[in-house]
Design a protein around this ligand. Structure first.
Ligand SMILES: *Cc1c(COP(=O)(O)O)cnc(C)c1O
Length: 418
């Protein structure tokens, strides 16, 4: 009856549960308040017509004996893997083959699970602030984690670790900061990984939001990355698949790891073995739906939705900057990283009108104080940066995933309360 003690090392602070609790308490006190969320990282626009059509068609196929499909390949159907290779890689001049693509039910599972292929004594580096999945999945495995601060001082591009690390998680465009790495900045990491024989886990979940031509969409645009990097993709933000569930992971054949006896192990084969054991494939319907975004109609339709969100991001950036905030991100990503003390000394920020559940907020830094101010004064929900790691203190994350209408209403309210 002994548990995995590592689970006790996980933080008990569930960021979004905490936020929900405070929002609920505020709504109970102020039932008439119409609260707008610019907090959670979920999309709001419906699936595009090409995707819906593919889902209907797949459901009809499954309803007939001739078209019915049971278990599919653990690695994904070739119709989707081939479309991925052609459109996401070959079209960009990147040489990736079908056998290097593993279709999944989304990037959260794969970014969380991939670490189990590595030794428990590997040292893992993550950026700070960070998407919590990378940290928690490694804590569960008992690994030591090194945090690489990303701040305004280093333009949110982490410095190389002083002591050697075995694994580095990078997510660009970044959640939560909304910032990007240039090819030169990314090359520094690929060169480091090749030099010290480290592995990079590259989360490209927001690749489709990149607007600037010179920002890399894939780490494999950098020479040498195919020897040292695994890349995660998701259709969740790209095509509104947070409820449909589909993504994929690229494991190049050239990534070779060593056993403790010095034998070479092909990472691709190891992941294939893991998936065949623990994963029974992504739903046929989801994979047909994902395939549809690569058709001319599908890709034009999802482009429109991405433009819609990025239009929100532009308006948010412009208006918040006009109000006096210091804003990062939001140019190549649907997230804005807003410096909370950039307004101080502002009469609006202190004192906090009436803290929810006195005592709950003792010793809180400015990101939670700002969260409370936004909620209580403007009735707008944001995400306190401190919830993503110590370097997130002093910032809040705003998302561009709302409707135009709600985004503009939220901005007008913030401006009125300053
Ligand atoms: C949303 C998100 C994902 C995607 O997760 P899914 O499981 O594919 O929905 C992956 N990584 C980051 C950083 C994200 O924000």
């Amino acid at each position: 009856m002994k548990i995995n003690e590592n689970y006790l090392n996980l933080s008990n602070n569930y960021l979004f549960a905490d936020i929900a609790k405070r929002v609920k308490a505020f709504k109970a006190e102020s039932p008439m308040a119409d609260v707008i969320s610019l907090g959670i990282g979920d999309v709001t626009q419906p699936l595009v017509p090409a995707v819906v059509e593919a889902l209907h068609k797949a459901a009809d196929e499954m309803s007939m004996a001739a078209g019915f499909r049971g278990y599919g390949p653990e690695q994904g159907y070739d119709f989707l893997r081939d479309a991925i290779v052609e459109h996401d890689f070959h079209a960009r001049g990147i040489d990736i083959e079908t056998d290097e693509i593993f279709v999944s039910d989304g990037a959260k599972s794969d970014t969380g699970n991939f670490q189990e292929l590595l030794s428990a004594d590997c040292v893992v580096a993550v950026t700070d602030p960070v998407y919590p999945v990378y940290v928690d999945s490694n804590l569960m495995a008992g690994r030591h984690i090194v945090k690489l601060p990303c701040t305004a001082e280093n333009q949110f591009a982490p410095a190389l670790p002083k002591k050697r690390v075995d694994v580095i998680y990078l997510c660009y465009p970044n959640n939560p900061t909304g910032t990007v790495l240039t090819k030169d900045q990314l090359k520094k990491w690929v060169d480091y990984a090749l030099a010290v024989d480290a592995l990079i886990f590259y989360d490209a979940a927001y690749e489709a939001f990149i607007q600037h031509d010179d920002i890399p969409h894939s780490i494999y645009e950098i020479p040498g990355a195919k020897q040292c990097a695994v890349e995660f993709h998701s259709y969740s933000k790209t095509a509104g698949f947070t409820g449909v569930r589909c993504g994929y992971t690229v494991v190049p054949e050239e990534v070779i790891l060593k056993s403790k006896h010095g034998n070479e192990v092909v990472l691709n084969s190891l992941w294939n073995r893991r998936q065949c054991t623990k994963f029974n494939g992504t739903s046929y319907l989801s994979q047909r739906a994902a395939e549809a975004i690569y058709t001319p109609e599908g890709s034009a339709q999802i482009r429109q939705v991405i433009d819609y969100y990025m239009d929100n991001a532009r308006v948010m950036r412009e208006e918040l900057t006009d109000m006096g905030f210091i804003v990062y991100g939001g140019e190549d990503a649907p997230y804005l990283w807003v410096h909370t003390p950039s307004l101080t000394p502002s009469p609006g920020l202190t004192p906090n009108p009436s803290p929810v559940g006195e005592g709950d907020f003792a010793d809180e830094g400015s990101s939670w104080a700002f969260f409370d101010w936004m909620l209580r004064s403007a009735h707008v929900v944001c995400t306190p940066g401190a919830g993503f790691g110590p370097s997130g203190e002093g910032y809040v994350r705003l998302t561009a995933f709302g409707t135009h209408e709600n985004t503009e209403r939220a901005l007008r309210r913030i401006a009125r309360k300053l």
